[in-house]
Each structure stands twice: as C-alpha cells, then as structure tokens.
Design a protein around this ligand. Structure first.
Ligand SMILES: [Zn+2]
Length: 411
C-alpha cells in the first residue's frame, strides 16, 4: 500500500486557528466544555468539515460527528476522535490535536481523492476534562454506560456551584439525538491521536508512540487519628500529632514502594488536615495515594504494602480505605500493529508505549476495537501553557493516523 502524507501547512493553520478560541493571552487556552470558546471551536470544526462535504451530526451528549461517505454504503464507519475542551490555563495540544488530526485525515483523503470503502468520521467528545463539570471523560462514560446520564446532567459547575451540565447542554444548541451515538453496529473501530503528556518519546528521540494500553491504577485514602490540643501549652511528649504521623506514613510508603518495579508510578496529590489551624495540633489527616502500573501483580504488591503499614505511628492510629481501582485496559492488538506498520512504512521513528493518563478511548475500547497514537510532548509538559508539539511532529502523527485508517479500510 502507498504511504500517504498529510499537509504541514494545513496542520499549522488549524493549530493556530483553534489556539485563538479561548486564548488566555499568554500562550495557552482555557476552553471549558460548552463555553462560548468551546462553541467557537465547534463552529470552526463544522465550517471546515462542511467545506470538504462532510455530514455533521450530534448525539444527546453534544458529541459531534463529521462523516464523509465511502464507496460501500453498507460498510461501518471508522471514527477518529478526541476532545476540544481544556483544563483551566491548559495548552494548545491536549485533545484538540486529536480532533485537528482527524480533520486533517479527512481533508487529505478528499484533497488527494484517496479511494476508500468505509465512511470515515472525525469526532469531538464532549467534556473529556471535566474541568468545569466533573467528572472527566463524562460523555464517553455515558455513551459506554459507565456513568448514569441523569447524574451527569445534574453535575454542577465548579465555578458558580449552580449551573448544571444539563442546563449548559440545553443552552448550547448542540444536543442531538440518542440515535446518533457512537455504537458498535454503525461503527467499526475508534482511533484517538493524543499528545503523550510525558517525557518518554522526546527522551528516546521517537516521533510516534504506538500505544498498547492504559495503565491499571488504584486510589486509596490513608488516615491518621491524633488528639487536638493547644499548640503552645502541650509538652512534646504528650502530643498525638496526626500530621506528623501522616508525614511518617507517607515516607514509609515511599520507601517501600520504591523497592517495587521501577515502572511503578505513584503520587500523594491530596491532603486534608483537621482542624488546619496554626495554633492547634492536628487530630485528623486524610491523604490520597494514587499508584499505576501495567501489571496487576505489581498493583497487588502496592496494595499489600498499604495493608501492612504500621497500624500506629507517633501514637496515632493509622487506617486505610480503598477509594477505587481500574484494571489495565489493553487496546486492540490488530489496530496497534496497524499503527506500528504505518509509522514504520512512513519512516517515522516509533516505539511501543503505555498511557498513564486516562482517555475517552479506554471506555470506548470496551465497546469496539480501539487504539491510540501518541506524539511527543516537549519536556513532557501537559495540562499547562508550555505544552508544545512541533508542527512537524503533529503532522507525522496525522500521517500515521491516515495510513492506519487506510489499512483498516483495505482489510
Ligand atoms: Zn486529553
């Protein structure tokens, strides 16, 4: 099969244009789901997709689908999707690059008149970040029956604590019908291109990450219980300081977890201290521990370490509770190999990689064959304004996506 290439000029134009919608004025964007800026991005998507003759539809979660016909009217659609919403003061690549690349694939196919059998769809997922209306991956969660739709519609804005996602959805004018949802009867498979959001590809000097899985993870809460007393009048040997105990437990966990497989990643990102007053010895601390690894055996070892922590530290009781967990999600093997072959045949340096971050693709993978393509993130930065991937790297990603689609189409 002839390797095809996308256009750097068109890619650059799209990257620059979409960067204006929600431009925060210092190199990045804030583009919450269903905001004015988000609607502008959707309008741009519609304009450009209509210009190549694509048909636009929306489903009931405002997910957007732009489809060009294939030669076989009965063939299922091949869909490429990502999101256009961002975190607060995010960058110009997370999510949007997957949508831009999907658009670029359709534009290249139309421009170069590349024959194809299947209808091809570029798609926008609504509210992947969940930055304004939690949780993250909201509408893929609804479509893939992980989340209850009514509960999601009732999700309140983190800004005014009043407006619901459902109200924003109704006001947006982008709510379509349930029949238009992504589904395994009408769609053959889904591909998502995304920035890596980490430093691995850049440090290995590779342009493409052939994603094999999304890492399994656990999330535990660790709690320490002390005694609140006056910070000035209580001699040190009388104290039961829950925060001091928590610090020791955290250090203990780090020392133990560092003995496990070196690919294990873990973080304490959240801590609550009670009463959190500088004149009072803390009587209660609750902190999170999030750990991720591909191999469930390693995750099991992490859980064992948590379960076998000392039950008392610095005269404070120590307890734990499992908040939630997810297993490693493996992508479709055949699609993964199509991505690998496409990169090899285009002479684009590549490697297998896993995703430590969650993406809509992980939910979809339980509904239909799915995989992802990663492109490098400069210095590994993401979810911040310095997020950067060069036009060349973005275009390489789009070309790999294009050839992967053509391989699936030809099969
Ligand atoms: Zn993303």
């Amino acid at each position: 099969m002839n390797t095809r290439f996308c256009s750097m000029e068109r890619m650059e134009d799209k990257i620059k244009t979409f960067a204006t919608y929600g431009d925060a004025g210092h190199g990045g964007i804030t583009r919450y789901s269903l905001s004015q800026e988000n609607i502008q991005a959707r309008e741009e998507f519609t304009r450009r997709m209509r210009a190549i003759g694509a048909e636009i539809t929306m489903d009931d979660m405002a997910n957007m689908y732009a489809t060009i016909k294939g030669s076989d009217p009965n063939a299922k659609r091949i869909v490429m999707a990502s999101h256009v919403d961002s975190v607060k003061n995010g960058g110009n690549y997370d999510g949007i690059l997957g949508v831009i690349s999907a658009m670029e694939v359709l534009e290249t196919i139309v421009d170069q008149k590349i024959p194809h059998k299947h209808p091809l769809t570029a798609m926008i997922w609504t509210n992947e970040e969940g930055s304004l209306y939690p949780p993250a991956m909201m509408s893929s969660g609804v479509i893939c029956e992980k989340f209850d739709k009514d509960t999601m519609l009732a999700s309140k804005s983190v800004l005014d604590r009043k407006t619901t996602f459902g109200e924003a959805l109704a006001a947006s004018g982008y709510a379509g019908s349930v029949e238009n949802r992504l589904n395994p009867n009408d769609y053959k498979c889904m591909l998502e291109l995304h920035i890596e959001q980490g430093p691995i590809l850049e440090s290995a000097n590779n342009d493409i990450g052939v994603v094999t899985c999304v890492l399994g993870m656990i999330n535990y809460r660790i709690r320490t219980y002390g005694q609140a007393d006056h910070a000035g009048t209580t001699p040190m040997e009388y104290r039961q300081d829950a925060l001091y105990a928590a610090a020791q437990v955290l250090t203990y966990l780090h020392n133990e977890l560092d003995q496990l497989d070196s690919a294990l990643v873990y973080t304490t990102g959240e801590i609550k201290c009670h009463p959190c007053v500088h004149t009072v010895i803390p009587d209660f601390v609750d902190f999170s521990i999030d750990a991720r690894h591909e191999d469930p055996k390693v995750i099991e070892q992490v859980v064992d370490i948590i379960k076998n922590m000392p039950k008392e530290v610095a005269k404070c009781k120590v307890a734990y509770e499992k908040a939630w967990a997810r297993d490693t999600v493996y992508f479709d093997k055949e699609l993964v190999e199509f991505v690998k072959e496409s990169a090899d045949e285009a002479d684009i340096s590549n490697q297998y990689i896993n995703s430590g971050a969650g993406h809509d693709a992980q939910f979809v993978s339980e509904m239909m064959p799915t995989t992802m393509v990663f492109v490098p993130s400069k210095d590994g930065h993401s979810h911040c304004e310095p997020e950067f991937t060069s036009v060349k790297e973005c275009t390489n990603g789009a070309s790999v996506l294009l050839n992967t689609v053509l391989k699936i189409d030809a099969k």
